[in-house]
Design a protein around this ligand. Structure first.
Ligand SMILES: NC(=O)C1=CN([C@@H]2O[C@H](COP(=O)(O)OP(=O)(O)OC[C@H]3O[C@@H](n4cnc5c(N)ncnc54)[C@H](O)[C@@H]3O)[C@@H](O)[C@H]2O)C=CC1
Ligand SMILES: O=C([O-])CC(=O)C(=O)O
Length: 260
């Protein structure tokens, strides 16, 4: 399997290293701009356009965020290349969702949304079959985990003394307003009640060191509560290590004989 990567940040670096240790490349990087290197200087080919990807790439992996999925997603799928993405919140835009689905149908590529920093999505998907009545997702991170988000305008992140909620609304609004922080909200919405019926609360908490994600769901199946305390990646306090791990798990599932 030949794999190409988008994103060289905290998640991208983790994924690239793991792929390398498994002998899986990556074989090409899709980047915003090349570094002006002469051909042959770089061990890994770097291109800026989907049309420049080599013909033998089987899978592209997006670890770069919403802008990258918007920019490249449809073109990748239209070329018949499968795509694993962590940029789940981008699908809160119905037009993008339609474009990606149409490109996948036309080209034969499949978009696989990584489970990211959360779990229990399988449980929500099953529960949805019988009917869900309430799904609430609560995301809690230390103040530094919300830097660069609208939380900065809503509360004083640098002098926070106790936990404060800076968002209370739908998953659609959360995913749009917090592209670097609410992909989990989007994943919960897609698995369960959808973007407009999934309730989201986002909290900055100076008393925690982990990224804490909780789902409370009820429906005809009964009810469940799921909570995870995820360690942030050292390079980016916004992103949990599990999000990067889930990308590798998604790739591994593609060639497993028995899939969970
Ligand atoms: N599904 C989930 O649970 C999670 C999803 N995420 C998403 O993953 C994204 C990446 O996370 P990190 O690696 O921590 O961020 P980061 O800021 O450390 O790295 C982002 C990387 O993407 C690159 N990039 C951005 N736009 C690009 C484009 N149009 N084309 C090519 N490269 C582009 C940047 O140059 C940078 O290398 C976040 O912005 C967020 O949207 C993050 C955490 C959890
Ligand atoms: O990594 C996390 O803990 C969650 C996150 O940033 C997101 O949902 O976008």
């Amino acid at each position: 399997m030949k794999i190409g990567m988008i994103g060289e940040g905290a998640i991208g670096q983790y994924v690239t290293e793991k792929l390398g240790s498994q002998g899986l490349g990556p074989h090409v990087m899709l980047v915003r701009r090349t570094r002006g290197e002469a051909p042959g200087d770089e061990p890994v080919l770097r291109v800026t356009k989907v049309s420049d990807l080599p013909d033998d790439i089987d899978l592209m992996v997006d670890c770069a965020g919403h802008a990258a999925l918007v920019e490249h997603g449809a073109a990748i799928l239209r070329r018949g290349i499968d795509l694993v993405s962590v940029s789940v919140g981008a699908l809160s835009d119905p037009e993008l969702e339609r474009d990606l689905a149409a490109a996948a149908r036309a080209g034969g590529g499949q978009l696989h949304l990584a489970s990211g920093a959360i779990g229990a999505l399988d449980c929500l998907q099953a529960a949805r079959v019988g009917g869900l009545t309430d799904v609430t997702y609560t995301g809690r991170k230390p103040p530094e985990g919300w830097l660069g988000s609208p939380a900065e305008d809503r509360i004083d992140l640098t002098n926070l003394r106790s936990a404060e909620m800076h968002f209370d609304g739908t998953a659609r609004q959360a995913a749009r307003d917090y592209p670097k922080n609410a992909n989990v909200a989007a994943a919960v919405a897609i698995a369960g009640m959808g973007f407009d019926l999934t309730k989201v609360r986002l909290i900055a908490d100076p008393d925690v060191t982990a990224n804490i994600h909780e789902i409370q769901a009820s429906g005809s199946f009964g009810s469940f509560t799921f909570r995870i305390e995820g360690k942030p990646l050292p390079e980016n306090p916004r992103s949990s290590a599990l999000a990067a791990m889930s990308v590798i798990a998604a790739i591994e599932r593609r060639h497993a004989a028995i899939i969970t």
